[in-house]
Design a protein around this ligand. Structure first.
Ligand code: AHM
Ligand code: MG
Length: 358
């Protein structure tokens, strides 16, 4: 018979692998499970806003309706700031760091999150998601948490995960011991282990990119996508089918489970997209950690995403993630056809090696 494992039990079992663990991290993951349920509940009501009231208007009780991304942001901050487990936070929704009240500021951990990614898709009933990244604090507890705690390279993450609000709600996370997925049983209000130890399949399922921007791609990216679609002699056979929802968590989740590659490259549309669109701290780094733990790889086309040292909170990064073989091929195309671009790009980013690397 299949075992039934709740997320709480799973996290506790994982904690037992580390006898020195004090349980703070376990508590923090419980917090994540709870805010995921609160946001999921609200997202489920999204289709009813025209009947029950719209964001910015007042509902029938006379209360102001909140936009869902603002609600998700506020929920996470309200849940986390008084726990004493985090010393500082940052959210894709706001410009600066989120300080925690001084009396609770001694927490060991740092939380960065994208509260509701893909929220422009809500009107069309397409999946959305929450992405989170956890680092250990590097400053001393005598001072409040600061930017130094938030701006750490991805390889130092102690945990990362996402919640996908799709046909069911799933929470997928890693704490460096593999990737595990839980599906919310809404009637029980429990996340149950449904996808233990996820590994990206070797056989690539799909490639995923917004091909509407093809005319702005660099030569290397254009040729790489042609290679993916089977239009060059040494392409993978058979040519890979395309899927793209425009909701990063959904596109990433499919890539993780079905195999393949997702890319949001740099493009020449305008200066804002010269490093692509996605944010290093809130989107690329946590998903890169998950993909690495599942046996895949993530790159900015030149460097491993996990080796980028963020210089500012909202920094963007070109993003290639999925089967290692396919992502490395993207690096090869960029090195070969976008050499000038790569030289200029290297000057704009800071790369740090893991201490264990040669
Ligand atoms: P957001 O953070 O404003 O929601 O934007 C991020 C989203 C991602 O979910 C998705 O991968 C990307 O934007 C899609 O962008 P585009 O419409 O340019 O393809
Ligand atoms: Mg986002």
């Amino acid at each position: 018979m299949t075992q039934i494992t709740t997320i709480e039990r799973h996290i506790l079992d994982q904690q037992r692998l580390f006898p020195e663990a004090r349980g703070t991290f376990t508590q923090l993951m419980y917090d994540v499970g709870l805010f995921a349920k609160l946001i999921a509940r609200e997202v489920r009501h999204a289709g009813l806003v025209d009947i029950l009231g719209r964001a910015g208007s007042t509902n029938i009780q006379g209360e102001e309706q909140q936009k869902l991304d603002v609600y998700a942001h506020d929920t996470i901050v309200r849940m986390m700031e008084y726990t004493g487990r985090v010393c500082i936070m940052a959210s894709e929704e706001i410009a600066g760091p989120i300080r925690v009240p001084e009396e609770y500021g001694c927490g060991d951990y740092v939380l960065l999150f994208d509260p509701l990614d893909g929220s422009s898709n809500i009107d069309y009933n397409v999946s959305t998601g929450t992405i989170f990244s956890v680092h250990r604090r590097v400053t001393s507890c005598e001072t409040p948490g600061g930017l130094e705690d938030l701006l750490q390279p991805g390889y130092r993450q102690v945990a990362a995960g996402y919640v996908i609000y799709g046909s069911s709600t799933m929470l997928v996370y890693t704490a460096g011991q593999g990737v595990h997925g839980f599906t919310l049983d809404a009637s029980l209000g429990e996340f149950l282990l449904s996808h233990p130890d996820i590994r990206i399949p070797d056989a690539p399922g799909y490639y995923s990119v917004n091909a509407g921007y093809a005319r702005y791609w660099t030569e290397g990216v254009r040729r790489y996508v042609e290679w993916l679609t089977g239009r060059t002699p040494d392409s993978p056979a058979p040519a890979m089918p395309l899927r793209y929802t425009g909701s990063l968590v959904a596109d990433f989740h499919r890539t993780l489970l079905a195999g393949g590659v997702f890319l949001y490259p740099a493009d020449t549309r305008d200066a804002a997209h010269s490093h692509g669109k996605l944010r290093l701290c809130y989107e690329c780094a946590p998903l890169a950690f998950i993909m690495a733990q599942a046996g895949g790889y993530a790159s900015d086309g030149v460097n491993p995403i996990l080796n980028l040292l963020p210089r500012e909170l909202h920094q963007r990064a070109p993003f290639f993630v999925g089967n290692a073989r396919l992502v490395r091929e993207a690096e090869r195309f960029i090195a070969r056809y976008d050499a000038d671009w790569a030289v200029a790009y290297r000057d704009q980013v800071v790369v740090v090696r893991e201490p264990t690397e040669a």
